[in-house]
Design a protein around this ligand. Structure first.
Ligand code: AHR
Length: 333
């Protein structure tokens, strides 16, 4: 008897639960998550803040961005900062405000001055990518930096200057520096001293020549008026080294013989100078960064996390290389 009563009460309880569930108001159907947008290059508008147009390297870098954007179908908004930091910051603000711009790419003129615009870009949900040059700090405010190890370029230059001056009694070297405050100017100088001082090289003169042939020549001319006790010139880019070569020639010195010359960039002009016998060594800085930068921009828009630094691959080239002519013929810039 007792068992029967238990079974009956269980049946009742079950029936009650089923009824209760059955009657509970159906949860409103959750609106389906909108399909996550998968960005393609053709959807993407890139706002690119270029430094300016200060020479062969920069021309190759700008062409890389414009040509690759056309090839990939990317809408590129190209901003020429005319080597003026205030203009570059204003361009940055413009791209933050511009509803069409999805991602901001910048080749920073200087390592500082980006605090506010980086915060504003983040607040506006616009990914920022650094191309060619790094900045100080603010890693949480940009997706990645794609560019060279400028310190290493300086180290390579110092090592090669040591090799060129190994039999020289005195090792006085003059340094032509890029624009003040720029990462390549700061880092190449640091790297050069790290290796050059190991073989007793003294950097007896160092001054900015703003990446230009004209200023490279003027600065060297001024130094030559003071003294001709120089065994090497380190041009932090090809153009400044070309200026020094002209000044040395006009002062009756033989470039690459009486005074060893090393430059950074390895543009076509540097290969011609080596083929002419006036430049001993050029350390490459690769300007063809656009494909990697656009790939990173697309990945960022699609929510991927990227390494904070994607270094570019670079070599060193020598005037004495028996294959120099062949190598020069195969260069893209
Ligand atoms: O940032 C790279 C440097 O910028 C190149 O070495 C120089 O030529 C250019 O101005």
């Amino acid at each position: 008897m007792k068992v029967t009563r238990i079974v009956i009460s269980l049946v009742f309880v079950l029936a009650f639960i089923i009824a209760a569930v059955g009657c509970a108001p159906a949860k409103p159907a959750q609106p389906a998550e909108p399909a996550k947008k998968v960005w393609t290059y053709k959807d993407m508008t890139v706002g690119f803040l270029q430094t300016g147009s200060e020479g062969g390297w920069r021309a190759a870098n700008s062409a890389s961005f414009k040509e690759t954007a056309t090839q990939l179908g990317i809408n590129l908004k190209f901003y020429d900062s005319q080597n003026d930091l205030a203009k570059q910051v204003a361009g940055f603000q413009q791209f933050i405000q511009d509803p069409e711009v999805d991602v901001i790419v910048m080749s920073p003129l200087e390592v500082t001055g980006w605090d506010q615009v980086l915060k504003d870009a983040k607040a506006a949900g616009k990914p920022v990518i650094l191309s060619d040059r790094r900045i100080d700090g603010f890693e949480d405010y940009y997706v990645t930096f794609i560019g060279a190890d400028f310190v290493e370029e300086g180290r390579k230059s110092g090592t090669e200057m040591c090799n060129l001056l190994k039999d020289s009694a005195s090792k006085n070297v003059w340094e032509l520096v890029g624009n003040v405050g720029a990462a390549p100017a700061i880092d190449r100088g640091k790297g050069f001293r790290e290796t050059a001082e190991k073989c007793g090289i003294k950097v007896t003169k160092s001054q900015t020549a703003n990446w230009s042939i004209k200023e490279g020549k003027e600065v060297t001319e001024a130094w030559l008026k003071e003294t001709k006790d120089v065994q090497g010139v380190f041009g932090q880019n090809d153009e400044m080294a070309f200026g020094a070569i002209e000044a040395l020639k006009e002062a009756g010195l033989v470039p690459a013989v009486d005074v060893k010359i090393i430059s950074v960039d390895a543009t076509a002009g540097a290969f011609q100078a080596m083929l002419d016998g006036t430049l001993n060594v050029t350390v490459e800085c690769n300007p063809l960064l656009a494909p990697q930068v656009y790939e990173a921009a697309l990945a960022a828009l699609n929510g991927e996390t990227l390494p904070k630094w994607i270094p570019s691959q670079e070599s060193v080239f020598f005037m004495v290389d028996p294959k120099l002519k062949e190598i020069a013929a195969g260069r893209k810039y």
